[in-house]
Ligand binder design. Structure first.
Ligand code: DGL
Length: 277
């Protein structure tokens, strides 16, 4: 059986990309609710309905596990989804805990970047309250990055001025860790890195979620020997046109480059190429 991945849009591919590294022999369904993106700017009840419709659709395809590869959807629906379906459901939430731990000794602050809806939700406030005993966590919604990613707009000359404007009132030297609390944001990691001092860490929950998925499948004896095949759906319709599929491939290529850059695997020539997606 396949593993389902769900997001409002192409952000979820940043989590799927990590899962493919850890579980390359699984088969996947990736569902992007592109008709209704952005979730982060819509009323909670409306978004809940979209999420349940999408997950019903995926459940009907027959999946052995579901990854809600969207912080916004996780924060408003993961508990209720787990009541309804009997396959394991994994969510993703802003990686506040590791960020606070790594900043504590450094006398630095944590900045969580996410959607408006995620940052407004009780789940996020409870998470911060349970971890942030020294008031070092701050947050900022960046809805523009979701739109940029959906429009395939990654040019630094467009993205960096947007980020500078949104961050103009922040003292950037104060931050030790930036948490990417929206799965659309890792595409912009290089632009974000440009704005903050060099030693800042940028983290997201995607590796942790992929590791959890592997652990759960192993515990249930459900590791596959498939082909790493991915079926893509957009709001209930199978994606089979070559233009969209090749765009998706480009997203994976970009994520490969971002990962290699982060892990120091690129030489100088490859590094300069990676700036122009
Ligand atoms: N990718 C989503 C997240 O992680 C939400 C983007 C949106 O639809 O606003 O929160």
């Amino acid at each position: 059986m396949k593993i389902g991945f769900f997001d409002s849009g192409i952000g979820g591919m940043t989590v799927l990309h990590q899962a493919l590294r850890l579980l390359p022999n699984e088969d996947y369904i990736f569902y992007a609710d592109t008709l209704h993106v952005p979730y982060g700017e819509k009323p909670k009840e409306e978004v809940r309905e979209y999420i349940f419709n999408a997950v019903d659709f995926m459940a009907n395809q027959g999946i052995k596990a579901l990854v809600i590869a969207c912080n916004t959807a996780t924060s408003i629906a993961v508990d209720d989804l787990r009541q309804k379906y009997d396959f394991p459901i994994l969510g993703i939430e802003p990686a506040v805990k590791p960020a606070v731990q790594s900043c504590k000794g450094k006398r630095k602050k944590v900045l969580v970047l996410a959607t408006n809806l995620t940052l407004r939700e009780e789940k996020f406030h409870n998470l911060v309250k349970s971890i942030d005993h020294h008031d070092i966590v701050e947050s900022l919604p960046l809805p523009g990055l979701v739109q940029f990613a959906e429009n395939f707009e990654f040019r630094e000359e467009i993205v960096v001025p947007y980020l500078k404007e949104r961050l103009s009132l922040f003292d950037l030297k104060q931050y030790g860790t930036i948490v990417l609390g929206c799965t659309h944001f890792p595409y912009f990691e290089n632009s974000i890195k440009k704005i903050f001092p060099e030693e800042v860490d940028i983290i997201s929950g995607s590796i942790g979620t992929a590791k959890n998925l592997k652990r759960i499948l192993e515990a249930r004896n459900q590791i596959n020997n498939g082909t790493g095949n991915i079926l893509f759906f957009k709001s209930g319709h199978k994606v089979d046109d070559n233009e969209t599929l090749s765009k998706y491939n480009q997203f994976f290529g970009m994520l490969d480059r971002i990962c290699s850059l982060k892990n120091g695997e690129l030489n100088q020539q490859e590094k300069s190429k990676s700036i122009n997606y």
